[in-house]
Every structure is written in structure tokens, then in C-alpha cells.
Write a new protein. Structure first.
Length: 319
């Protein structure tokens, strides 16, 4: 029995909000606090750097490869504060040890309220990756793995060939969880990510599984303290290969369809769609965004459009 693991490390940050009251409407357009954003990122990256440095160093081993999604804002701040990391990532790309995934620039939930704004967010992210790395991502991961059948056509028109989607038991049924599926319209390959299996990898009693395991990890100091080094060593000692997303598709593509008629989400912490749309305030915010997005498009105010997308960063819905 042999197992292939596709590690996907997700890095994101969001613009921090200024206090904003009813009396600021029409008078103050400074929605975001740039200095606080930079400071918070600087504090957060100190917790994430040990793991980021470790996986970069580990990738120098002949057998270790991985994939990364970084939000555009995270990448720009990283380039400004830690340019050496960018240089190291470029070298890994040249060695085919790393794959960069496409996604949303602001790690937003824009796909929940406007496909037009969603496309804007994705295209902005793709342009940044191209300008910074001279690299065009071909595989995609949406914020919090948001997906439904209708998104397949949109994502394929954006020139992606696959997407990471949640493994949902009632959609999968009794079929094989350790292979890649086709979308309902057969335009995309779907890689199934299960936060439960990702968590189990870091346990000493992790059981070897035949086939593919897609393991999404949000790097934090806590994950590093759980000794990723020992985990990777243990996994490798049990006839395991490490694959990028692209390699996983090549090795594990099936012709079976994975139907997801309802919108679902599930991140690496097990937060599903109701975490972002489950209370009355979240629902009201999404409805307000839907009501004003058409006005912004008709006015062609690109700055306000960008602000609106940024305001819908996934973490703002959890605050």
C-alpha cells in the first residue's frame, strides 16, 4: 500500500478596518488602516516564518514538494518586509519543487455575492503572481474552499483546470475519497480536501491510506510546535510520495463526476459555510453588497470596487 500526499499551505492576511460610524458616511472614505495592517502582518509573520522557512528548507530534499496559496495582500507585504523569502520561492519554482495556486487577491467571499467581482479578485491575484514570479497558476483554490457546480464554468473561463473543493460525505457517498474527480460539467478537475484527514496526519496513530490525500494547512506557530518535521519523517518512512497539485491530477485523475449542487465551504479548521453566512448580520451584509455592486459597476469606480471586495475578506465575516 502506498500513499501520495498533496500538501497545500495557505497564507493570507486582510486589510485592517478603521473605526467607522454612521456619522462618517459621505464624509470619510478611509475604510482601512494601512499602518495597523502592516503592523499586524509583521506580528503574524513572526509566527508563520519558522514553518515557512522549514518547508522551504525541507523542499531541498529530493522527495519533498508542496503547493502554496498566498493572498495577494499577504504576498505584497511579504515582499516588502521579507524579500528574501520571495527569492527562495522563485528558486523552488525553477526547481519544480513548488506550485503556486491561483485564488482571490483579498481571500474574499466574493463568489457568494457577485461573480463579476469574484472574477476581478481572481484576475488581480493572477496578475500579481505573473508580475512577481513570471508564473501563471493553472490550478485554483477558492477562499475557504467555497464551491458549487455553477462555479465550474466561471473558473474554467479564467483559464484554470482544477479547483480544491471540500470533501462532503453526502456528496461523495461510498465512493473513493482518494482520487480526483470531474466537475458536473466536466470542465474542471476537483481535488477533495478533508480537514479531518489533514488533522489526522499530525497524529502519531495516522493510518496509511492507498491513493491521494490532499492536506491543506494554515501555517501557524502551533502547527510548527506540533513538530511538522517529525510528522514528515514519519510519513516518508511509510512509502509515501509528496506531490504538487498538478502532479496529483496527473497521477489520480478519474472519469467520475462529483456533483455539488448546493454552495458549500470547508476550510482546514473545519469552518463550513454557516460560519460566514449563518447569522442575521452576515446575511444582511451580503444582501447590502449585492444591492450596491451594480451601482459601482455602472459608475466604473475601480477604487470603490476594490474596497468592496477587500471588505468582504473571509476573516471579516468571522470577526
Amino acid at each position: 500500500m502506498s500513499m501520495d500526499i498533496c500538501f497545500i499551505f495557505n497564507f493570507s492576511t486582510e486589510r485592517k478596518l478603521n473605526p467607522y460610524s454612521f456619522f462618517d458616511i459621505g464624509r470619510n472614505n478611509e475604510y482601512f488602516n494601512l499602518e495597523l495592517t502592516k503592523k499586524t502582518f509583521g506580528d503574524d509573520i513572526q509566527n508563520q516564518l519558522p514553518l515557512l522557512e522549514y518547508i522551504i528548507e525541507t523542499s531541498k530534499r529530493k522527495d519533498f514538494k508542496f503547493s502554496i496559496y498566498t493572498s495577494g495582500l499577504f504576498l505584497e507585504l511579504l515582499s516588502a518586509q521579507n524579500p528574501g523569502i520571495i527569492v527562495k520561492l522563485k528558486k523552488l519554482l525553477d526547481l519544480d519543487k513548488l506550485e503556486l495556486l491561483g485564488g482571490t487577491y483579498y481571500n474574499s467571499v466574493s463568489s457568494l455575492y457577485s461573480l463579476d467581482l469574484f472574477k476581478n479578485d481572481v484576475e488581480k491575484h493572477k496578475k500579481l503572481i505573473k508580475s512577481m514570479f513570471d508564473y501563471i497558476p493553472v490550478n485554483f483554490t477558492n477562499s475557504k474552499n467555497i464551491y458549487n457546480n455553477s462555479l465550474s464554468e466561471v473558473i474554467s473561463t479564467l483559464k484554470f483546470k482544477s479547483i480544491i473543493v471540500p470533501l462532503i460525505d453526502w456528496f461523495l457517498g461510498d465512493r473513493n475519497a482518494n482520487q480526483a474527480y470531474l466537475s458536473s460539467d466536466q470542465k474542471l478537475t476537483l481535488l477533495l480536501s478533508d480537514y479531518r484527514r489533514t488533522k489526522s496526519i499530525f497524529n502519531s496513530d495516522f493510518k496509511l491510506t492507498d491513493g491521494l490525500v490532499v492536506a491543506q494547512v494554515n501555517p501557524t506557530k502551533n502547527i510548527f510546535e506540533k513538530n511538522l518535521a517529525a510528522t514528515l519523517h514519519s510519513i516518508k518512512s511509510r512509502k509515501t510520495r509528496f506531490l504538487t497539485v498538478n502532479e496529483s491530477i496527473s497521477e489520480h485523475q478519474s472519469n467520475e463526476l462529483y456533483h455539488m449542487p448546493e454552495t458549500v465551504a470547508m476550510n482546514s479548521s473545519g469552518q463550513e459555510l454557516s460560519f460566514f453566512t449563518g447569522n442575521s448580520l452576515q446575511i444582511e451584509i451580503l444582501e447590502k453588497i449585492k444591492s450596491i455592486k451594480n451601482q459601482l459597476h455602472s459608475n466604473k469606480d475601480n477604487q470603490l470596487i476594490d474596497d468592496l471586495i477587500s471588505l468582504s475578506a473571509a476573516e471579516n465575516f468571522l470577526a
